[in-house]
Design a protein around this ligand. Sequence first.
Ligand SMILES: *Cc1c(COP(=O)(O)O)cnc(C)c1O
Length: 467
Amino acid sequence: MDYVSTRGSAPVLGFDDVLLAGLARDGGLYLPREWPHFSPAEIRAMRGLSYPELAARVMRPFMAGSVAEPELSRLCAESYAGFTHPAVAPLRQIGADQWVLELFHGPTLAFKDYALQLVGRLFDHVLTHRGERVTIVGATSGDTGSAAIESCRDRSAVDILILHPKGRVSEVQRRQMTTVLSSNVSNLAVEGTFDDCQDLVKSLFADSAFRDEVRLSAVNSINWARVMAQIVYYFSAALSLGAPDRPVGFSVPTGNFGNIFAGYCARLMGLPIQRLVVGSNTNDILTRFFESGVMQSGVVVPTLSPSMDIQVSSNFERLMSLVLNGDGALVTDLMTGFRQTGTMALPQGAWESMRPLFSAYRFDDAETLATMRWLKRETGETLDPHSAIGIAAGFRAVLEPGLPMVALATAHPAKFPDAVEQATGTRPGLPPHLANLFERPERMETVANDAGAVKDAVRTFVGRGRA
Ligand SMILES: *Cc1c(COP(=O)(O)O)cnc(C)c1O
């Protein structure tokens, strides 16, 4: 399968190279040149597959020519073997047409495990095959970092450094990263926001000499393989609710737009998704965009859902590229303008073409807590603040009667115990494999919000690891 950059001027690459590259050399994001499409009969034939079997079936076309059977099936089986629920991604009914897709049964209790457990293994597989080694650098607003570290800690062909905004991730999130003391893992606490961390990572990648020097690579949400692996649970949920013979909607608590974009991909592949509903917290750049057609970045405000505390949704560029029919020059112009001015207006027709499918709603912390409290009372479900925003958005959306609406629950309540206690009066406990998290020793390094300082930290770490 060939991949092209959203900005149109980076080389066309195969799956392996897209996996390892992360960001394209022209600053864009990779997308498949042609979308695989499953007929209704092919989707029907997926019913009854286990989650790992479904994963291999759905993702196989994207890796054609790169990862062949039986490796793909083996990698999928290994990736989901450590999940603590037998269904991997179970669905729970919470109303007549409302469902919750629980995506928090992986090792770090957030939906990011569903992609990263596979991506870490794909990296190791491809690099070992090539006799190469890379340095993975990523920015996290909380959950990506621990999931990435967890997926790379036992791999021989990678070093991993994760930047997080100092003091702006929950203690559970921080400890899930900093208590991993493996010699190929390093944590950098940046004096800045998540967007600063993300900008630092981007500037490292933009420096080609540095990029080659340390063999820089990424597993953050701009990596195509992450999006690809997330497509699987949209299939899994829709199949359970009657696809391809019954349409379905999804509501998704959204930050970087990676998760909900995977739903858009599933739709391009033939899954009958009728609605995609974005849930935002107070950092509502996407909600304002879907209301107005204008993307305008603001100041990041800390909320109870820190994994969504961002003002620039990187993966949105992928959707933009698709609705602009792959016009790389136009995407480049729009993104360059956005970077310079903080504002970007999409051509009217492009915005209008998104509106029948997408809608978006914002919820502040008080509304988030009220949703959590209401859910506990009405359904007995305890949910984390991110998941609550997804559910609230699903309930608020105006839908065709009878359309099943699946809200994606993206984190386990125990990742955000303070908010859960504030909302429900009960403090959720960590599951057994993380029970002693607060007693484990931590290791991290504080760095200034400065690309030079971060490069030095990467060089030192990689030099030490490889000396
Ligand atoms: C990362 C994350 C999100 C946001 O997902 P995107 O793919 O960035 O939109 C939402 N909830 C939780 C718990 C997360 O970890």
